[in-house]
Design a binder for this molecule. Structure first.
Ligand SMILES: C[S@@+](CC[C@H](N)C(=O)[O-])C[C@H]1O[C@@H](n2cnc3c(N)ncnc32)[C@H](O)[C@@H]1O
Ligand code: SF4
Length: 379
């Protein structure tokens, strides 16, 4: 029986962080009952199309899903259980911001069925948290982490590094402290300056001083690998580190080219129906999505992917993983995608590894993945 992941997007936040280009909005009038109806209606629509698989993971992402009423989360999880049923080891993650208001709800989320929490701590330095526009202090975040660890068996948290004015020594001591907090999964992202964000505008106007040079960012990345390896949390993906048993099965579904539904404003999905694979996209605007979902379908795009699309996407996603890709699977999708000469030379230079069955990027290769993918594909 096939496994299926379900991603649900909650697009609301208490405030907009200046670096963030996720589909997130500040709104003081969200009728959660109406949203519940829309999510349930979308789930039923997808179930009509693909009733067979069992659901192996659910991910409430955002935005800030910890602002959802626990009753809404429960309604959605009960609906999924009734429609498809869950696999025995189903992973149900909710992204949370570490403010005290939200930490008070962790127990209710657990009672609603959530079994993994992903906390957006971002930094353990109060000045940096302010610069990042966060609404919590470091001590509030640490308290939320403690409550989360007392409540859930599985807790992950996110940090952003390569921040303004951050030195290699700063990151060394911050990450060392982080690794002493008893977590089994960490998402460690380098700060990216995105167009269309407040940071993007400041950067364009030369008003975002102290960002690290490319060399310093690379040193921070290398240090991250060394410290996490030594702590028993090696990278299993470019930005994700975990003890082997704590890897996120939902995210692995994306990177291994599995099927997942994308429900909610701006959510993307990959769907197998009647032997074909489809990419789906939904209405980006929360109000338009809500209206569309309530009147039949929140989807605005459904593209049938041909074998080359599927192969290229599998290549791009799976090379992010330390385990790399299954060459047999890639070849069965498209025999002519890879340029073997280029692969040999990138294996020689230490950027790729290759066995009879697998092709993957080494840690130094994962640092320059986009250019590697461009080089090794015959497109
Ligand atoms: C959907 S977001 C946030 C979840 C939650 N609302 C929060 O802020 O904690 C998931 C993660 O992406 C990371 N992120 C978002 N924008 C980023 C950027 N421009 N550069 C690096 N990391 C970013 C943050 O670490 C964030 O926790
Ligand atoms: S980082 Fe999180 S809290 Fe901040 S705007 Fe983005 S989704 Fe919202």
């Amino acid at each position: 029986m096939n496994n299926l992941g379900i991603y649900l997007h909650w697009p609301f936040c208490q405030s907009k962080c200046p670096y963030c280009d996720f589909n997130s909005h500040v709104s003081d009038s969200v009728n959660q009952r109406t949203w519940a109806k829309a999510f349930v209606s979308e789930l039923a629509r997808y179930h009509n199309e693909c009733p067979e698989p069992v659901v192996s993971s659910v991910f409430f992402g955002g935005g800030t899903p910890s602002l959802m009423a626990p009753e809404l989360v429960e309604t959605i999880l009960t609906c999924i259980a009734e429609l498809w049923g869950y696999s025995r080891d189903v992973e149900i993650t909710l992204e949370a911001n570490p403010t005290s208001v939200e930490a008070r709800r962790f127990q209710d989320f657990r009672s609603a069925g959530v079994n993994r929490l992903s906390l957006g701590i971002q930094s353990l330095n109060d000045d940096d948290l302010k610069r990042l526009g966060r609404l919590h202090s470091a001590s509030e975040a640490l308290l939320a982490l403690e409550i989360a660890q007392d409540t859930f068996l599985r807790v992950s948290f996110d940090l952003i590094y390569a921040r303004q004015k951050q030195t290699l020594e700063d990151w060394h001591s911050e990450l060392t402290r982080v690794l002493s907090l008893g977590t089994d999964h960490l998402s460690l992202y380098q700060l990216t300056i995105e167009d269309g964000t407040a940071f993007g505008r400041l950067h364009a106007a030369n008003k975002l001083p102290g960002l690290p040079t490319g060399d310093l960012s690379a040193d921070m990345y290398t240090l991250t690998q060394e410290l996490c390896d030594a702590a028993g949390l090696p990278a299993y993906e470019v930005s994700n580190h975990a003890r082997p048993w704590a890897q996120s099965s939902h995210n692995l579904t994306y990177w291994r080219g599995g099927d997942f539904l994308g429900i909610g404003p701006g959510a993307h999905g990959r769907l197998g129906v009647a032997g074909s694979r489809f990419a789906t996209e939904t209405e980006l605007s929360p109000s338009l999505w809500l209206k569309a979902a309530l009147s039949g379908s929140g989807e605005v795009l459904r593209n049938r992917l041909d074998r080359r699309d599927i192969a290229l996407e599998y290549l791009m996603m799976s090379l992010r993983l330390s385990e790399g890709l299954d060459l047999f699977r890639l070849h069965s999708l498209d025999r002519s995608l890879l340029n073997n000469e280029k692969i040999v030379s990138l294996v020689d230079s230490g950027h790729l590894f290759r066995t009879n069955e697998r092709l993957g990027a080494t840690p130094s290769g994962r640092m320059v993945l986009n250019s590697i993918i461009r080089e090794i594909t015959n497109d």
